[in-house]
Design a protein around this ligand. Structure first.
Ligand code: GLA
Length: 400
């Protein structure tokens, strides 16, 4: 769904619908960092676009093929930004055109400061001086207009090094990006919730330090993001970082990770190598019924409604805040399977009126239920994800 501006042309007395600028629901796609770090090249990136277009991901909504750190080639004598032409011999414009040719969108990366994160942590010598600082307008025009990238993530390693003022810098960059191309999706990567100013500046913002392919890392990000729910809404999202699905965790853990990113309205950027994933990984990434929770137009970040230590009950209203259509997720953080129970009324459903229930991982439906409490066995490090449709309960648990 896209933000559409309606404005009145007074002279003609007509209502015009302007071209839709940016998505109102979290973006879906792939990003190079988690799997490849700075070891990227054009063959790898093209291969991801080919896979996404052919393996069913595009059909369920994945669009962005994002190049993260590692493409930089320093600057020429006049200060023009160069790409690494050893890794990208056909050039960045050619690559973006290739991605567009698959019916997909292309994303790119930079830093607020002069030096990239890769120069600091990944020995990427060409990252020194390749960040935006002092070249903001010139670089953004090159990347977004000349090369044609549709998304940009802007990191903070160089900004931190130079002790720049983050609100001021990210706001200025936002204005420049919007003036060049208002449809470009802008991600602030400052590794913590930046502050209330960010909502008016960016489309999404990282809320944590970098994710690992470990269940404790996934849970730590869930905990960081949970209290931030009031800041999330149509067109502005807490970014829980790129997905680690298919990168070494157990299938139950991958399902839990993917489900939590979906219900908490994080951007969904796969971080595995799409050319060589297992059938099971692809099935997780393309579960349409779970993705629908993420792409729901109400864009309401799920709430943790009960926390019994390792056992949790989460819910997210769909479509309308009190429409009787609710996603319920039971999360078991412990290393043993466990029973988790919840009251329908606590999820905003009046059980007495009867309700239908869909298990979104088992793909099973039950109708005509009236139980006031439901109980499910939830696997270790796993979730049960349900979609419940019924009559709204008198008390709404989701009121903001
Ligand atoms: C930071 C970001 C990561 C990634 C790397 C690239 O660590 O948080 O997501 O972009 O930089 O160097």
């Amino acid at each position: 769904m896209f933000r559409s501006l309606l404005f009145l042309s007074l002279s003609a007395g007509l209502v015009h619908a302007e071209a839709p600028p940016r998505p109102l629901v979290p973006i879906m796609g792939w990003s190079s960092w988690n799997h490849f770090r700075v070891k990227i090249d054009e063959t790898i990136i093209r291969g991801q676009a080919d896979a996404m277009a052919a393996n069913g991901m595009k059909e369920v909504g994945y669009r962005f093929v994002n190049i993260d750190d590692g493409f930089f080639g320093g600057r020429d004598a006049k200060g023009n930004l160069l790409y690494d032409d050893g890794k990208f011999p056909s050039g960045m414009k050619d690559l973006a055109t290739y991605i567009h040719g698959k019916g997909l969108k292309a994303g790119i990366y930079s830093d607020v400061g002069a030096d990239t994160c890769g120069s600091q942590y990944d020995k990427d010598q060409k990252g020194f001086g390749s960040g935006l600082f002092g070249h903001e307008e010139q670089d953004l025009k090159l990347m977004l207009k000349d090369w044609g990238f549709d998304f940009i993530k802007i990191d903070w390693c160089g900004g931190r090094k130079q002790k720049l003022k983050e609100q001021e810098s990210y706001t200025k960059l936002s204005k420049t990006i919007r003036s060049i191309r208002p449809d470009v999706v802008y991600n602030v990567c400052r590794w913590q919730y930046p502050g209330d100013w960010v909502k008016d500046v960016a489309d999404s913002w990282r809320i944590s330090s970098d994710i690992n392919a470990r269940f404790d890392s996934i849970m730590a990000i869930v905990d960081k993001c949970e209290p931030l729910w009031p800041h999330s809404g149509p067109g502005h999202f807490n970014d829980m970082d790129m997905l680690q699905v298919g990168r070494g965790m157990k299938p139950e853990e991958d399902r839990a990770h993917f489900t939590m990113w979906c219900i908490m309205d994080s951007p969904l950027l796969a971080g595995n190598d799409l050319r060589s994933m297992s059938k099971e990984t692809l099935e997780i990434l393309t579960n349409k019924e779970v993705i629908a929770l993420n792409q729901d137009p109400l864009a309401y970040q799920a709430r943790r409604l009960r926390d019994d230590g390792d056992l949790e009950f989460w819910a997210k209203p769909l479509g309308k805040i009190d429409g009787g259509d609710v996603a319920v997720v039971l999360l078991n953080r412990s290393d043993k399977s466990a029973d988790i129970a919840f009251d329908l009324s606590a999820a905003g459903i009046d059980p007495a009126a009867g309700y239908a229930l869909r298990d979104l991982w088992k793909h099973e439906t039950q109708t005509g239920l009236k139980d006031a409490t439901l109980r499910r066995e939830v696997p270790a490090h796993g979730v049960v994800a349900l979609r419940i449709k019924g009559k709204p309960a008198a008390a709404n648990p989701f009121a903001k």
